[in-house]
Design a binder for this molecule. Structure first.
Ligand code: SAM
Length: 308
C-alpha cells in the first residue's frame, strides 16, 4: 500500500544522512570515529556538494552543542532520547569524550534498529559495546538494552507502543530529559508530530526538546529536495514542513512547551557556532561563492523548547 512504500522511503533517508555524514567526516568537517561502522561499503565513494557537507556540519555541531550544555547544566543527571535516531553516533561521541549521563535512548522503526544492532554488535576497533555501562542484553533483534544505552524499535506515530517501549528503557519521568528529533518530524503528518510532542510533554515533567528540520516550504525548495533524494532512488512526497519560525513556535506552544526558541541555520552558522571552526570549515573545499549555502541554510531551522 501507499503508506508502506512511504515508510520505506522514510527509513531510507537514514542511509542518505549516514552517507552524507560519513563523507563530510572523511573530508575533515568534524571528527567521528564511529560513523564508518554504519556505512555499507558500496556507497562509500558517493561525493557531495560542499554546501551539503557544510549543512551537515552545522546540524551535527548545533545538536552536539545543545546536548552538551544540557548535560553540563544538570551535572550529567539527565536522560537523552533520540527520536528517529537512524544510525546517528551521538551516544558514542559523547561517551568517547567521557561525558556522563544517566540514559541515552534511541528510537526508530524496527527495520532500522535491527540493522543498527547488527552494526553495533560487529567486532571492530573500538568495540561499540565497550561504551555501554553494562553488558547488552538483546531482548529481540529490534531492541537492545544495556544500562545507560537503549535502542528500541517503535513507530513514533503509535504512541501506545512508544510509551510501552520507553517503559522498558526504565526512564524516570521526573528527571531532566532532552528529546532530539534531527530531520524526523518533517516525515510525519502535522497531526502525528503534534500528538507525539504532546505525549512526551505530559510524560516528562522537565522536558527539553531539540528539533532540527527543513522549514519555510516553497515549491522550488520542495522540488530540489525531492529531486535530490530521487537521484539516490528515494521517492519522497509531501514533507510536512512548517512555513515559518512562528508556526514552529505555535505548534510547540500548543503541545505544552512554555518556552520555544527558533533559529534558522544561517543564524546558527554565522552567530551561534564557534566562529573559528566556521572559518575553518568554509576553507575545506574552498567555497568562495556562498550564496547557495545561505539559500540552503535558510530552509533549515533548530527549535529549542522547554515545558517547565
Ligand atoms: N536522526 C538521524 C540523523 O539525523 O542522522 C536520522 C535522520 S533520517 C533523515 C530520519 C529518520 O527518522 C529515519 O531513520 C526514519 O526511519 C526515522 N523515522 C521517521 N519517521 C518515523 C516514525 N514514524 N517512527 C520511527 N522512526 C521514524
Amino acid at each position: 500500500s501507499n503508506s508502506v512504500s512511504d515508510d520505506y522511503s522514510t527509513q531510507r533517508t537514514n542511509d542518505d544522512a549516514t552517507q552524507c555524514k560519513y563523507f563530510a567526516v572523511q573530508k575533515g568537517y568534524w571528527k567521528d570515529e564511529f560513523i564508518g561502522r554504519f556505512v555499507s561499503g558500496a556507497n562509500e565513494e558517493t561525493s557531495r556538494f560542499p554546501e551539503i557537507s557544510l549543512g551537515y556540519w552545522c546540524r551535527t555541531k548545533i545538536v552536539e552543542q545543545h546536548v552538551k550544555q544540557f548535560i553540563n547544566k544538570f551535572s550529567g543527571k539527565v536522560q537523552i532520547i533520540s527520536l528517529g535516531s537512524g544510525f546517528d553516533t551521538l551516544f558514542w561521541r559523547l561517551s568517547a569524550e567521557n561525558l556522563k549521563f544517566l540514559k541515552f535512548v534511541e528510537v526508530d522503526f524496527a527495520s532500522v534498529t535491527s540493522r543498527k544492532i547488527r552494526n553495533i554488535m560487529k567486532p571492530g576497533t573500538p568495540e561499540m559495546t565497550s561504551f555501554f555501562s553494562e553488558k547488552p542484553s538483546i531482548i529481540h533483534h529490534t531492541d537492545l538494552h544495556s544500562g545507560n544505552y537503549h535502542l528500541i524499535g517503535a513507530d513514533l506515530r503509535q504512541l501506545g507502543e512508544l510509551n510501552t517501549k520507553l517503559d522498558a528503557a526504565d526512564l524516570d519521568n521526573s528527571i531532566p530529559t532532552i528529546c532530539i528529533a534531527e530531520c524526523v518530524l518533517v516525515y510525519m503528518s502535522g497531526s502525528h508530530s503534534s500528538a507525539l510532542l504532546e505525549a512526551l510533554c505530559s510524560r516528562f515533567k522537565k522536558l527539553s526538546f531539540l528539533n532540527y528540520e527543513q522549514f519555510r516550504s516553497s515549491d522550488e525548495f520542495t522540488k530540489v529536495m525531492e529531486a535530490n533524494l530521487g537521484n539516490r532512488g528515494i521517492q519522497l512526497h509531501g514533507l510536512s514542513m512548517c512555513e515559518s519560525a512562528d508556526k514552529q513556535k505555535e505548534r510547540f506552544n500548543m503541545a505544552g512547551f512554555s518556552s520555544v526558541e527558533v533559529h534558522d541555520m544561517n543564524e546558527v552558522f554565522n552567530r551561534i557556532l564557534d566562529p573559528a571552526d566556521a572559518t575553518r570549515v568554509k576553507k575545506i573545499e574552498m567555497l568562495d561563492e556562498l550564496e547557495l549555502l545561505w539559500q540552503l541554510l535558510a530552509h533549515y531551522c533548530v527549535v529549542y523548547a522547554e515545558n517547565h
